[in-house]
Write a protein that binds this ligand. Sequence first.
Ligand SMILES: *Cc1c(COP(=O)(O)O)cnc(C)c1O
Length: 369
Amino acid sequence: MDRDKILLTPGPLTTTLRTKLAMLRDWGSWDADFNAVTAGLRRSLLQIVQGTDSHVVVPLQGSGTFSVEAAVATVVPRDGHVLVLDNGAYCKRAARLTTMMGRRCSVLAFDEAQPVSADALDDKLQSDASISHVVLIHCETGAGVLNPLQAVAEVCEKHGKGLIVDAMSSFGALEIDARKTRFDALVAASGKCLEGVPGMGFVFIRKAVLDACAGNSQSLAMDLHDQYVYMEKTTQWRFTPPTHVVVALAEAVRQFEEEGGQPARLERYTANYEVLVQGMAALGFKPFLDPAVQAPIIVTFHAPDHPAYQFKAFYEAAKRHGFILYPGKLTQIETFRVGCIGAIGPDEMRQAVQAVGLAMREMGIPCTD
Ligand SMILES: *Cc1c(COP(=O)(O)O)cnc(C)c1O
């Protein structure tokens, strides 16, 4: 069959037909029509975080990691000292890119099954005054843990430290309000909970720190301050924009607004999550995380403890039934992940559970159901 598989991954995600159709046109990067799309998109993004007064938003070409790297390079001075709160794979990636950007980097390590601790951060900032910035991953997509953004932001504010938030897998689905939560930079991307296609990220930068960002970046392409200044001056992107991605994201954001914005999206993803976890439980699958620390974004399940289980075969079988799953990202135990995000609802999740049941049967692994 030529029908697209449903993507139950942390991006790219399943998109609507409207979003896909928006890509069927060519746009000139210098053209006023395209630049109006960029300007409207930036206004909408700022409204999503209530950040119109306090922040600017700077889009950047590339996958989400490009924008995390750009945020660190732009916001942290070259002699800055970054503390990464680490409870998973994306935290480790942030620490690695910080070091590669030539910034001094320290890591405060936590269990990957638990949120990071704002109290531990408080102690750390008390004992090490050299730390200038903190990096937090809002939803650690590795295991699916929700980290305490508000509490971490309050501790950073109390100590007068900068905060860089990777909100890649939470933005649009979980509440983030720039009027309540103080951050210097917050990073997200087109192909996650806004349900656009992958290819660009965007970084909210607090106006109060923007001027001081000039000249921090040692990379030309990653310099968000330069991108911002150029965009304000010319209305254009500095270098070739991903035009089809931009118009698809603008169309996806229109649908996001029509659906009811962030609260509606959270409601749909929560419904997806509940159908998934209940259906999988009936098949005998256990989530890795305590539900109290789980974001309704992506769920890590323990792999079946059966000699016939092999992720590759399981993946292929689920794919034959129309669903693309995701491997686990934990180092110690065998797991797999199922995303709850994208242009899908509880019906697709019920079908996904059925596909998992069929895959198990085909592999000869007994299921409870
Ligand atoms: C998806 C994601 C990223 C970006 O990954 P890319 O593969 O570069 O798009 C970064 N951080 C988190 C938490 C993510 O979920």
